[in-house]
Ligand binder design. Structure first.
Ligand code: ADP
Length: 272
């Protein structure tokens, strides 16, 4: 599934004294099966942009195409687009509200009107995909650890079987271990299920290591859009935007570029 954004501008509270241009003539395309990092300083427009990807916000001007269909031209119901372009908000665990984990994950597929057998299959598959097992089905979401809660919230979106999974700061507030676990899980999702993953972050440390393409947002515009290696060529500009690249991430991409196989688990590289 591809997403195309064409000359998109978005203004909050347009024509009022509070108007704010959050996206300024953005054009980009996300291709089927990509693993993309969307990076930028707080306020650069990332959250606004991802809400355009699945029609939660309507452009002030410009167009959004999902699989070449203009999503605001009403050829297909927006509800259908939203199921295919799954969005995991920041702190998604705040939206867990059912009595049990099982019911929470079943919420989306139940609303899609699927039959009980299909719902059961999807819930179990999604929970297992995020690395949890059946022991968790009957637990209350509120008795879980921070990392587990977040996995359950991601499972709830996966149970709708999206083609594209967008996660807004999925590691916010997690300790380093929880953070690495979630990111490793996303890498697996992308590799094993072939899902297009868009990872939104304000930290190059989180994203730079894993993704195949980095889109850097700055003041509502796309500043860079390239492979990590090429984006890192602008290291000084990135630093001035508060997007410093950890040395280990930089070296990792240098080595990959030279044809070395480098595991994501590398955390230190020492000179001989
Ligand atoms: P990011 O996700 O990169 O932090 P946002 O897309 O949230 O950036 O914000 C982009 C700009 O739009 C910021 O200047 C922000 O203050 C503004 N903005 C975001 N949401 C609203 C809103 N609901 N009303 C008015 N301005 C907003």
């Amino acid at each position: 599934m591809s997403i195309k954004i064409d000359n998109l501008t978005y203004i909050y509270s347009a024509n009022t004294p509070f108007e704010k241009k959050a996206l300024d003539d953005v054009t980009l395309e996300i291709n089927d099966g990509e693993f993309v990092g969307l990076i930028g300083h707080t306020g650069s427009g990332k959250s606004t942009l991802i809400q355009q990807f699945n029609g939660l916000l309507k452009p002030t001007s410009g167009d959004v195409y999902v699989n070449d269909i203009n999503i605001h031209n009403k050829q297909k119901p927006l509800k259908e687009i939203r199921q295919k372009v799954g969005l995991v908000f920041q702190y998604p665990e705040h939206q867990l509200f059912e009595m049990t984990v099982y019911k929470d994950v079943a919420y989306g597929p139940t609303n899609m009107g699927l039959d009980a057998k299909e719902i059961d299959k999807r819930v179990k598959d999604a929970i297992s995909t995020v690395g949890l097992n059946e022991e968790i089905y009957e637990k209350s979401p509120f008795e879980l650890s921070g990392g587990q809660k977040r996995r359950v919230a991601i499972a709830g979106v996966l149970a709708m079987e999206p083609d594209v999974l967008i996660l807004d700061e999925p590691t916010a507030g997690l300790d380093p271990r929880g953070r690495d676990e979630i990111l490793d899980e996303l890498v697996k999702l992308h590799q094993e299920l072939g899902i297009t993953v868009i990872l939104v972050s304000h930290s190059m440390e989180d994203v730079g290591k894993y993704v195949e393409r980095i889109i850097v947002m700055d003041k509502g515009k796309v500043k860079y859009d390239d492979t990590p290696k090429k984006v890192f060529n602008h290291i000084k500009e990135l630093e001035s935007m508060g997007l410093g690249v950890p040395q280990v991430t930089y070296l990792m991409h240098e080595l990959k570029d030279k044809g070395f196989m480098v595991s994501n688990e590398v955390t230190t590289i020492q000179e001989a």
